[in-house]
Design a protein around this ligand. Structure first.
Ligand code: AVJ
Ligand code: FE
Length: 444
């Protein structure tokens, strides 16, 4: 028997898609946790990261809370561990000392939860509460697991020792991309009210009016960033904000995280392998303060979040906002470097098919891009389904990042997707591009 939705599409396809997304996320979690031994899984590789085994069981616990208990109305699997895996109860630095499930137990736990979810997925109706409409709760959980997979990938990058992950190199540049793109003044729709798996902070869609501005056609590359380093950028307070300079000084920053001086050249260690810096690759592992300092040094500024999104979504022909720079179709490997297919950002010019109509490249994938905007709710924001996903982080402590990285799965990446972190953080796969106001003679 097939249910039929109001739009006459069978619900079977939604069920299949949910099952595929959940399975894809789990395959990735398994790969990331099977790559290391048990010792490594329970160890903390950095005080700002959880042990990998915490992420694994936390993913299962969220799945249990939302899908098994809430959507399914089933008996709890392990109510006794809710507190251990509540991210708000224990800061990351304290997590290794908790009586966490061990690797074997954690694996059994997530598998038990998943079995129950597949069982209830069989019979669930997608026309009930707002939580299950369009499969939202399932989509939220698939995105949640993929977000933690990206976090686990960042933990892998922080661990020391021989390499355990491998992937083919990203594709080469096929066309030089440089310079800037003028985005004309006018109104566009920011955010969405219709994307079924968009999270609360992406909603609602609302008009935003922007003056004309100019945005870089590509992310700032290692070569460009190196010019800032070589020019003494890290030693000159003129380029830094006051809090940025204070942090630079107390943390002793001299280059992006993972960069290392190799005689007169620079290189970096990536997932345990050392390589010379690739000049045309987007710079990665810079904090907001570093991005802002570079932009000031370059005579520019970071884009606002609205400027980033208009560049990524606004279609000059139709005036509509689309899901991605290239249109509404799901990303393929031709469009963007997403989903951990590669373990590095691709060089600038590697994805001409992913460019926006105005010619802005690599907005999606490669590196998360810092914007100048704090994390705030859009006009009409309503927390859904829980305040702790977004709302408790609203305020000026955090800055927004956009576009996803090579480690972001497509299910958790779109033109409306909002990420945020503290301005000092650089363990994430973060880079940036610059923007500036349009000059009068450019607007004419
Ligand atoms: C959206 C990436 C900032 O990892 O802190 C995971 C996503 N929220 N579990 C984070 C998230 C709850 C979140 N970020
Ligand atoms: Fe989480």
């Amino acid at each position: 028997m097939t249910d039929v939705r109001p739009d006459n599409r069978p619900t079977g396809s939604l069920r299949d898609r949910i099952a595929a997304e959940l399975t894809r996320a789990r395959d990735r979690s398994v790969r990331l946790t099977e790559a290391v031994d048990d010792d490594d899984l329970v160890r903390q590789h950095s005080p700002i990261m959880s042990p990998l085994v915490w992420d694994l069981a936390h993913v299962g616990n969220q799945e249990e809370l939302w899908l098994v208990r809430d959507v399914g109305g089933r008996e709890p699997v392990r109510q006794d561990i809710d507190d251990l895996y509540d991210a708000f109860k224990h800061p990351r630095r304290d997590r290794p000392a908790l009586p966490l499930l061990g690797p074997a137990e954690a694996r059994r736990y997530v598998a038990t939860v998943r079995d129950k979810v597949f069982d209830l997925l069989d019979g669930v109706r997608f026309d009930g509460s707002r939580l299950v409409a369009d499969g939202f709760a399932f989509g939220m959980i698939a995105q949640h697991e993929q977000q933690h997979d990206e976090t686990m990938l960042a933990t892998h990058q922080l661990r020391t020792g021989p390499p355990v992950l491998s992937a083919p190199a990203p594709p080469p540049s096929v066309r030089p991309v440089a310079g800037e793109v003028l985005v004309p003044a006018g109104r566009f729709t920011m955010g969405t009210s219709t994307d079924p798996w968009a999270l609360d902070n992406e909603r609602p869609g609302h008009p935003v009016e922007l003056p004309a501005y100019v945005i870089d056609a590509a992310p700032v590359t290692n070569g460009e960033y190196l010019a800032f380093v070589a020019d003494g950028g890290y030693a000159d307070p003129r380029w830094w904000s006051e809090p940025g300079w204070r942090h630079r000084s107390s943390a002793g920053l001299t280059a992006p995280l993972h960069w290392r001086r190799d005689g007169t050249d620079w290189g970096y260690t990536r997932f345990g392998r050392y390589a010379p810096l690739v000049p045309d690759e987007p710079v990665v592992h810079v904090g907001f303060h570093e991005a802002e300092a570079y932009a000031t040094w370059a005579g520019k500024r970071l884009p606002t979040e609205a400027e980033w999104e208009k560049a990524a979504r606004w279609d000059p022909d139709s005036g509509r906002s689309r899901r991605y720079p290239w249109g509404d179709e799901d990303p393929t490997p031709e469009h963007a470097n997403l989903g951990q297919r590669h373990l590095a950002p691709a060089p600038v010019g590697a994805y001409p098919a992913g460019a926006s109509p105005l010619g802005v490249h690599q907005l999606i994938g490669d590196v998360w891009e810092w914007t100048s905007s704090p994390f705030l709710g859009y006009p009409g924001f309503a927390a859904f389904p829980y305040r702790e996903y977004s709302e408790v982080f609203f305020g000026s402590d955090y800055r927004i990042l956009r576009g996803g990285s090579f480690g972001t799965d497509p299910v958790a990446c779109r033109g409306t997707f909002r990420n945020w972190d503290l301005p000092i953080r650089r363990q994430i796969f973060s880079g940036f591009r610059c923007a500036r106001d349009a000059r009068p003679e450019e607007i004419a």
